[in-house]
Structures are given as C-alpha cells and as structure tokens.
Design a protein around this ligand. Structure first.
Ligand SMILES: Nc1ncnc2c1ncn2[C@@H]1O[C@H](COP(=O)(O)OP(=O)(O)OP(=O)(O)O)[C@@H](O)[C@H]1O
Ligand SMILES: [Mg+2]
Length: 329
C-alpha cells in the first residue's frame, strides 16, 4: 500500500550538505502498524514527511495505493493528502479555536456543510472520548486530551493512512499507554494503516506489528516485530533490541549463554530438561519474559559450569533442538 523505493533526502543549509535519507526501501501493507525507530537525527521525521511530501524527497519514489506521490502536481498532491492524516509530538492544535473547531478545521477547508461537519465532529469526539470537551480551548486540556484532539482532527477526512511523528513523546507513561491503545483500536476498527515514528522501543512493542530501524539515513534492520526480538541482534541493532546483561559485580565462572525463547519454546520446561540431561551446574544471571504482539519472547542469561569445549557444543545443540536461539557470550 505504501511502497518507498530508493528514497533520499539531502538538505543543504549554509553551504553544508546533510544526507538525511540515504536510499530507503520500505513496503508498508494495508492495516500495518509500522514502526520506524532510530536515534535523534537518524532521519525519522524526514522519512515520514517525505511520505506526504511535506518535505520534498531529493530522489526516489513513494507510491501509495498505486499512485506515485512523488510525481503528482501541487493540486493533485493536495487532494491525495486528504488520504493521509498526520499527528505530531507537540499536537499542533490551533490555540484560538475550540476542540470542536479544531476537528472541524480540515472539513471546513473541504467546504462540507455545517450539518455534515456537526455529524462528523460529533462522531469523532465520541471515538476519542472528548464529547464533554467540545467547547473547550486547547490550553485547558491535558497533553493526552490534546493528542486525542489531534487524532480526531487527523481522522476527520477519513484517511487510509495515519502518520504519527513521536505522537506520545511528550506524554507520561500512563497517558502514552492510553493513546497507543486508542491508536491501535482505531487502526483496527477503521482499517487505517499507521506509520509510527518513535525513539522508544516500548512504543514499538506495544502496537507495531512491523518495525524498521533507521540509522544515519539508512534502514539497518526491518521485519516483523516479534521475530526481530527473537533473533540474535547484530552489533548495530543490539542497542535497539536490547540484550540481557549480567550484574556487574558477578565474576564470570563458566560459559555464559544468552538464550532467546519465542512462541515455539517459551512454554517448554527447557531448563529442567537441561538439568536432567547434563551433569553441569547452571546459574541464572538475568531473565525477562514479555509479550510482543501476542507472541511470547523470553530471554535468559545463564552461566554453565564448566563443560569442555566438545561438551559445550552438545549443550548448545540441546538448546537449539528446543528452538532456543543461543548466543555464546
Ligand atoms: N530543514 C532542515 N535543514 C537542514 N538539515 C535538516 C533539516 N531537517 C533535518 N535536518 C537534518 O537531517 C538529519 C535528520 O533529521 P530528522 O529530523 O529527520 O531526524 P529525526 O530522526 O527525526 O531526529 P529526532 O529524533 O531528533 O526528531 C539531521 O542531521 C538533521 O539535522
Ligand atoms: Mg524527528
């Protein structure tokens, strides 16, 4: 539904050239909640802004539902942007307008009658649970409420795609959860495709079925979220995907193994099986189990004392037979 190919974005400012996007290829399917994560300056905002051409790509193509966005005239672009909503970190509400009028704004631009606007805004207010705030000004709303107005406004033109640029970064953890859950529900109920830009992996884990990791304008990893967390990270992706660490004060006595369990292995009594099968002591140094997009991903850092190298091969083979991903540290 969104096909991005060989997209580049180069800024030049005061004689300095910055390559913000460097050959991005990405395919986002209808109904995906696609997360794009990266450190500050990685190019996330540039990427999302090139999707609806708020920022002009320097080269490459963005095709949405078969339409080459990059080839459209200004006028055609304005029309196709109605199909792409956007929400922002700082909400971007009009402070001199009430909640109702903020949500009505894009509809008035499209010259809908006031009767239809009223119908649409009333229904949107219900969706984001702000019916009682219709006549309030943004300055009297909490951050979470402001973002719900932002969401309602973005949905007013019934877009197929919603672009979210750090939509929860200004919110506390509890409000973040509520907004993420609202986005997920809306995406499901309305069949909207979400592109979610964030620097927080928690946001990705909470709602994104797919994720791409962006670094210095390039995608260094992409895939199904739960699968990405079930594989051994590369040196580049380790920072994002995280890995267990042993407490610093523990001196290493044996061989340390980092084990990753996913759906196939998370329910099985793998450690007790190991203990029955091998005469080696095993010490658990750290562990974590979480549910990512309804898939269980468990990580365990253990130390095995002290098999020979050959025996260690058998130990690793045992875990791998049980569909555990093993990394020798
Ligand atoms: N309008 C601009 N003019 C010049 N350089 C820019 C412009 N916008 C972004 N850049 C540069 O492009 C690079 C990518 O910026 P971008 O805003 O896309 O990153 P980001 O991943 O969104 O960062 P953050 O997490 O801080 O929002 C940075 O080096 C930034 O300084
Ligand atoms: Mg940004």
């Amino acid at each position: 539904m969104i096909q991005i190919s060989e997209l580049t974005k180069v800024y030049s400012k005061n004689g300095q050239i910055v390559k913000a996007l460097d050959g991005i290829d990405l395919e986002i399917e209808k109904g995906d909640i696609y997360g794009i994560i990266g450190l500050s300056g990685a190019g996330k905002s540039s990427l999302i802004r090139c999707i609806n051409r708020i920022e002009e790509p320097s080269s490459g193509r963005v095709v949405i539902s078969g339409v080459d966005i990059t080839a459209l005239s200004e006028k055609e672009l304005r029309k196709s942007r109605q199909n792409i909503g956007m929400i922002f970190q700082n909400f971007n509400l009009l402070s001199s307008k009430t909640v109702y009028d903020n949500i009505a704004f894009p509809l008035r631009l499209q010259k809908y009658s006031e009767a239809i606007i009223k119908e649409k805004v009333t229904s949107l207010l219900e969706k984001v649970e702000l019916t009682d705030k219709a006549n309030v000004y943004p300055s009297n709303l909490s951050g979470g409420q402001k973002q719900r107005v932002g969401i309602a406004r973005a949905l007013a033109t019934e877009p197929e795609i919603l672009l979210c640029d750090e939509a929860t970064s200004a919110l506390d953890p509890k409000t973040t959860k509520q907004i993420l859950s609202l986005l997920k529900t809306l995406s499901y109920e309305l069949g909207i495709t979400l592109v979610v830009i964030t620097h927080e992996m928690e946001v990705i884990k909470a709602i994104c079925n797919k994720v791409a990791i962006l670094e210095a304008g390039k995608i260094i990893e992409k895939g199904v979220t739960a699968e990405l967390f079930s594989t051994v990270p590369t040196p580049q992706t380790r920072h994002f995907l995280g890995e267990l660490e042993a407490p610093e004060f523990l001196t290493q006595k044996g061989t340390r193994l980092h084990l990753t369990f996913s759906n196939g292995s998370a329910n099985a009594p793998i450690i007790s099986g190991f203990i029955r099968q091998f005469p080696y002591d095993v010490n658990i140094l750290s562990g974590n189990i979480e549910s990512i997009q309804r898939q269980v991903v468990g990580k365990l850092l253990i130390e095995v004392l002290t098999p020979s190298e050959d025996e260690m091969g058998r130990v690793i083979a045992y875990f791998e037979d049980q569909h555990v991903v093993v990394e020798v540290l």
